[in-house]
Design a protein around this ligand. Structure first.
Ligand code: NAD
Length: 501
């Protein structure tokens, strides 16, 4: 196995979009085994950008076979060395950040500015994980027996199957690929069907950085055709999935049957509470960002805004006014772009219509944006809905679009109860100037992330991210805790002077 960190700058070209976008298996660019492809559509225009391999079990088999062959040698390199190679990927990503952001922008329709922000977050994740190669802490401890040492160290799992959503595509790749590889696993990435380009770019740079053939593969295709075989494959030791609850549930059952490790990062219906003593200006700014940034396509989107009765009318007026100033489009001065595909758009607008038919009031939005620059793109107006009950469909199911609901509560107890009354438990925010209220919220909110006087979204590479209940299954991505997903423990005893033990 050759392991080289000496990348040669300038050899990589990420500016020409390949069509079909290749699968990257065992160091080779390849088509799907049966040659089938599907069209990747630009969500901002409805026009085809490129063809993508419609991979199947045969392609997954090939990638897993190569991964299984390559993994032992990769695991035998030191974790410091693996960290060096991952750092090289991050450095190459930084060198090519504009080109990567261009690909992200192209495949998602989000602005170049937002795509750059996301790319930079992915790069930072690379640097953070690379640094973990110099720590990779285990534990040394005592033994009851003289002349005996006891310690705990990490060991890799084998082949990791990584399956991601399309909402923040390059960040989603980075959040899984970097820690999976650092821990000494080989990894097969099933890219999201709507975002093949950034996943391809990562694969190009991983190869360029010196990740050995076979150790990292990218397989494109639909979930049921290319994702499911990865979940079912007996040689895939850990499945790490970011996506919907429905698919997550199936993955947990399917991989669970063969007792594979499963990390699920699923949906959210995240509450943002505005108390009567909140700085309303700040609360409105964060509510707006939480509800609408990235077109609401965030697991951490603020889709339930819970407001104290005393400030409800004023807050609502300010929020509606601010929403009126939200600019939708693909430019850097726009606030958000299209949603990822036509089906998602149709589904979310249908959910708003069902709520309206059941008595909800759509305060603003609730429709597709058409005409002029919107053309055939999948643009949805920023939407605020009120007069919905806590158990209505729109309060409980994730829409994954720029749609939020307003709820009126009498006070803190009702706010906390409503915030916690959800199938999900990913993130939550509270706006108050009262420290006791803030700390009581932190203590009682049932969520993986609690924020005071900020948004429901925002995750940093060194901080664990994940949720309770149907938002996940207890694992955390990012942070040192991500290493727990991709490694297992080994308890070690050494009798260093057995004769005197
Ligand atoms: P999705 O579940 O439809 O698809 C996600 C991925 O799973 C895609 O790559 C898809 O091809 C694949 N997939 C689909 N069916 C599969 C199957 N049977 N077997 C294996 N793979 C399969 O989700 P989506 O609508 O694309 O993404 C949005 C969801 O992702 C939302 O629920 C959102 O909250 C969630 N999400 C969660 C986090 C988090 O960290 N908790 C982050 C981003 C997105």
């Amino acid at each position: 196995m050759s392991v080289s960190t000496a990348a040669q700058p300038g050899r990589v070209d990420l500016t020409t979009i390949p069509s079909p976008v290749p699968n990257q298996i065992d160091g080779q660019d390849v088509r799907a085994a049966d040659g089938r492809t599907f069209a990747k559509v630009d969500p901002a225009t409805g026009r085809v950008i490129c063809q993508v391999p419609r991979s199947s079990a045969a392609d997954v088999q090939r990638a897993v076979d190569a991964a299984k062959r390559a993994q032992p040698a990769w695991a035998a390199t030191t974790v410091v060395k693996r960290g060096d190679i991952l750092r090289q990927i991050a450095l190459l990503m930084r060198e090519h950040r504009a080109a990567i952001a261009e690909l992200v922008s192209k495949e998602t329709g989000k602005s170049k500015k937002d795509a750059l922000g996301e790319t930079d977050a992915a790069i930072e994740m690379g640097f953070f994980v690379a640094g973990e190669g110099r720590r990779f802490y285990g534990q040394t401890t005592t033994s009851a027996v003289p002349n005996k040492s006891a310690m705990v160290m990490r060991q890799p799992l084998g082949v990791a199957g990584l399956i991601i959503a399309a909402n923040t595509p390059i960040a989603n790749v980075a959040w899984k690929a970097f820690p999976a590889l650092l821990c000494g696993n080989a990894a097969v990435m099933k890219a999201a069907e709507d975002t093949p380009l950034s996943a391809w770019a990562f694969g190009v740079l991983a190869r360029e950085a010196g990740v050995p053939d076979g150790v990292y593969a990218t397989v494109h295709g639909y979930g049921e055709e290319a994702g499911a075989p990865l979940v079912e494959h007996p040689d895939v030791a850990v499945v790490s999935f970011t996506g919907s609850c429905e698919v997550g549930r199936w993955i947990a059952q399917t991989a669970g049957r063969r007792l594979a490790k499963v990390c699920l990062e699923l949906g959210g219906k995240n509450p943002l509470i505005v108390c009567d003593d909140a700085d309303l200006q700040n609360a409105v700014a964060w509510a707006l960002g939480s509800a609408f940034s990235n077109a609401g396509q965030r697991c951490a989107a603020g889709s339930r805004i819970i407001v104290f009765d005393a400030v409800y009318d004023r807050f609502k007026q300010m929020l509606v006014e601010a929403t009126g100033r939200v600019k939708v489009g693909t430019g850097d001065t726009d606030d958000y772009g299209p949603v990822i595909n036509e089906e998602q758009m149709t589904n979310m607008l249908a959910a708003v219509e069902r709520a309206r038919a059941a008595g909800a009031v759509v305060v603003t939005g609730g429709h597709r944006l058409t005409g002029g620059a919107y053309g055939d793109g999948y643009f949805v107006a920023p939407t605020i809905v009120e007069h919905v009950g806590p158990h209505d469909e729109i309060s409980r199911s994730e829409l994954f679009g720029p749609i939020t609901c307003l709820y009126r509560v009498q006070g803190f107890e009702e706010a906390i109860a409503l915030a916690n009354d959800s199938p999900f438990g990913l993130t939550a925010a509270l706006h108050t100037q009262n420290l006791d209220r803030a700390m009581t919220f932190v203590g009682r909110i049932q969520a993986g992330v609690a924020v005071v006087n900020g948004g429901t979204y925002g995750s940093e590479p060194h901080m664990p991210f994940g949720g309770l209940r149907q938002s996940g299954n207890g694992w955390r991505e990012a942070g040192t805790q991500a290493l727990d997903v991709y490694s297992d423990l080994k308890t070690v005893y050494i009798n260093h002077n057995p004769g005197r033990a």
